[in-house]
Design a protein around this ligand. Structure first.
Ligand code: PEP
Length: 256
């Protein structure tokens, strides 16, 4: 048993028009918007963040971005910044998602700058790490994850670290329907917790939430969420429908 509050975050990726996103957010608020025992976050595409934020007002559901630039403003066509997200009341931002790393060339250094910028602006980073299938098959999962965690969190202070949420997302499990076994996930989560102890000390490490991401669904969530170092989920596919997303929140409530 630990004191970490479970967190369920929905990553809607490049799905939903603003109108569709508002509809989904309304359903989520109606179902779980009043409970405050599990933290619930939705991360719509940028075109819908502000409109969804209005739906979330007065509820316990929090708003997140899916990415951001590390600079506050400037000539960065197509980008948005931490102050812009804060100005529309986002409180979380997903950083270093594997799709950003593989499709958009984000390196550990870039992700580290974004983590620092998020923390400077009172945004909680949902900082993603995880190995590819080739890396797992080569036996280098823990090494890969260690490098990503250490580089991504470089320069983060103990005080800042408690605002960080880590998402362990094996790349081979994202959107593939292949979920890591509970043993595979718990092994990596416990390993990450150990790294956090080395980086920030035991009391801080015990407060940092580590989410699992990768084909988490209502059917597999209870077992994953029962693991001692799995503090919630970052949900892609199953967050696009209120029914499955709400079931995941309920699974987290049952597991707390
Ligand atoms: C994700 O993209 O963060 C994710 C976990 O996706 P899915 O749940 O669809 O595997």
């Amino acid at each position: 048993m630990n004191n970490r509050r479970k967190l369920i975050a929905g990553n809607w990726k490049m799905n939903k028009t603003s109108a569709d996103a508002v509809g989904l957010a309304q359903e989520i608020v109606a179902a779980v918007g009043k409970q405050n025992e599990v933290d619930v976050v939705v991360c719509p595409p940028f075109t819908a963040v502000e409109a969804v934020g209005r739906v979330l007002e007065g509820s316990e559901v929090r708003l997140g971005g899916q990415n951001m630039h590390h600079e506050a403003s400037g000539a960065f066509t197509g980008e948005v910044s931490a102050p812009m997200l804060r100005a529309i009341f986002a409180s979380y931002v997903i950083l270093g998602h594997s799709e950003r790393r593989t499709l958009f060339g984000e390196t550990d250094e870039i992700v580290n700058r974004k983590v620092a910028a998020a923390l400077r602006n009172q945004l909680r980073p949902i900082f993603c790490v995880g190995e590819t299938l080739a890396e797992r098959e080569a036996g280098s999962t823990l090494k890969v994850v260690q490098t990503q965690v250490e580089r991504g969190l470089e320069g983060v202070s103990r005080e800042q670290a408690t605002s960080v949420v880590i998402a362990y997302e094996p790349v081979w499990a994202i959107g593939t329907g292949k979920v890591a076994t509970t043993a595979q996930a718990q092994e990596v989560h416990a390993f990450i917790r150990g790294l956090l102890v080395k980086l920030f000390g035991e009391p801080v490490a015990q407060r940092i939430r580590i989410l699992y991401g990768g084909s988490m669904k209502p059917a597999n969530a209870p077992e994953l969420l029962a693991q001692s170092d799995i503090d919630g989920g970052l949900i892609g596919g199953a967050s696009l429908e209120s029914r499955s997303f709400v079931e995941l929140v309920n699974a987290a409530l049952a597991a707390k």
